[in-house]
Ligand binder design. Structure first.
Ligand SMILES: [Zn+2]
Length: 126
């Protein structure tokens, strides 16, 4: 199940109105993977739009953060492996980013998984 941090109305609205549809597809896919391979744990969306950060994909609906702390290390690794195996950022040498999922569990402040898509309409699935 996909849920929202603190049931925040702004996150629900961002999900419905502003989030890139490709990210919605990725979130539903990830939710299905978690339900099938890990168990009854939610995908908790913690951040979508951060318009003040102009250089970020969060400024334009092409980025979404999800909670990682309720997954064990091993479960989190399965999530990273699954997403990075199948969903590639439209990568060419211009970009430093290769995967749609960036593993931010190592962050001190707010560990999470970050998902993003390229500005083109394409999404590379393999
Ligand atoms: Zn993010």
């Amino acid at each position: 199940m996909i849920t929202f941090k603190n049931n925040a109305a702004n996150l629900v609205e961002d999900f419905e109105e502003n989030l890139d549809v490709r990210l919605k597809v990725l979130l539903y896919t990830l939710d299905g993977f978690v339900q099938n391979e890990i168990g009854d744990k939610s995908i908790v969306i913690t951040s979508i739009m951060r318009p003040e950060n102009l250089k970020s994909v969060h400024a334009c609906g092409r980025g979404v953060d999800i909670r990682s702390r309720h997954f064990t290390r091993r479960e989190g690794n399965k999530i990273v492996e699954f997403m990075q195996k199948h969903f590639l950022y439209m990568h060419n040498n211009m970009y430093l980013v290769k995967f749609c999922l960036k593993d931010e569990r190592g962050k001190k402040e707010s560990p999470h998984f970050h998902l993003q898509v390229d500005r083109t309409n394409e999404l590379k699935i393999q």
